[in-house]
Design a binder for this molecule. Structure first.
Ligand SMILES: O=C(O)CCC(=O)C(=O)O
Length: 338
């Protein structure tokens, strides 16, 4: 784990989504851990970070699923290769270890950073960038020749929303501000939901977070949804330390390593718990560049797949991912009616 840690000089930039208290209370264990893992002076010791692999069996429960069940060909590995764990100390928190094929990772990375940033609400709306950047972040970033400006465009894009668009000021969703939820993302989430027996889950709202080395996400809980359906969170690109806390910021937090392709599910008692992302690392591992075979991809769009397979084209995504992490966080907003 130590090898993946490279010292970075960038100033951490944090997105904060809660009401900010000016002083850290002595009892705020979550904040103390956040500051520890975020620290850029002394590099944090990662020995206690749970990487949901064989090394951490004492804190994990393996969840066994039917290895013969059929899942659609959406860029996912055969189900008998999946590893699923729940955390003993945090009931309801589940991690599916990278269930994606390499090409599957590429496919969803392209969707998230290129396709879903087009014409969707994002934080560039309020930034100083030109109108065309707001409408098409990816094209603007690719086409920019001035390297300083290019870096600025990339770093400035921190989130976009899908389906019901979150109103950050009033912390609500509303019926007047929504787009159709992307069908292929919804189908993908339904596979995870059904494998875990959350058969009624409906993808209605998503936040895509774009992190660059030095960025963090402060402790918050997601409680604007008016139902208690689970939350599905998929990470791609550079790895992160994710802190899973309790129902109060005074509760201690569990540090978890999320690698590219990992799916974290907050369900049951963990659904409304505090959580945060104190650190993104640079790793040499690039699972999205492993063997690019088209197995298990027949239900994905072939033009999009070809775009991911064209090395010249893909090199731009590689360049984007060199110091970035993408996380898509999918929620159900309300209970089914009628
Ligand atoms: O980036 C992550 O892993 C978590 C994102 C998150 O908590 C959120 O969008 O509310």
């Amino acid at each position: 784990m130590k090898q993946i840690l490279k010292k970075t000089l960038q100033q951490p930039i944090s997105i904060y989504r809660g009401s900010k208290s000016k002083q850290i209370k002595k009892s705020n264990k979550m904040m103390k851990k956040f500051k520890y893992y975020k620290s850029k002076g002394i590099l944090p010791n990662l020995d206690n970070v749970i990487d949901c692999s064989g090394n951490n069996k004492h804190v994990l429960n393996e969840i066994f699923i039917d290895p013969d069940q059929k899942i659609p060909n959406l860029g996912l590995k055969n189900i008998n290769e999946w590893k699923i764990y729940s955390l003993i100390e945090c009931p309801g928190l589940i991690v599916i270890k990278n269930p994606f094929t390499s090409l599957g990772q590429r496919y969803y990375i392209k969707k998230l950073v290129k396709d879903y940033t087009k014409n969707h609400p994002n934080n560039l709306l309020e930034s100083k960038f030109k109108q065309n950047i707001i409408k098409d972040f990816w094209a603007s970033w690719i086409e920019e020749v001035d390297q300083q400006q290019k870096r600025l465009i990339k770093k400035s894009m921190r989130w976009t929303t899908l389906g019901y668009h979150y109103d950050w000021t009033n912390k609500v969703y509303n019926e007047q501000n929504k787009n159709e939820f992307p069908e292929e993302l919804s189908k993908l989430i339904s596979v995870f939901a059904e494998v875990l027996n959350f058969n009624d889950f409906m993808s209605e709202a998503a936040i895509i977070n774009f992190y660059h080395i030095g960025n963090t996400l402060s402790a918050h809980s997601d409680h604007s949804e008016i139902c208690n359906a689970p939350l599905f969170s998929i990470s791609f690109g550079q790895p992160a330390v994710f802190l899973m806390g309790g129902t109060s910021k005074d509760d201690d937090a569990i540090p978890i390593l999320l690698n590219s392709g990992d799916v974290l599910v907050m369900s049951g008692n963990s659904r409304f718990n505090y959580h945060s992302v104190p650190r993104i690392f640079e790793s040499e591992s690039k699972p999205w560049n492993d063997d690019q075979n088209i197995n298990n991809c027949s239900r994905l769009n072939s033009d999009d797949l070809n775009e991911c397979l064209c090395q010249e084209n893909w090199s731009q995504f590689d360049s984007y991912l060199s110091d970035s992490r993408i996380n898509v966080n999918v929620r159900q907003y309300k209970n089914k009616t009628g």
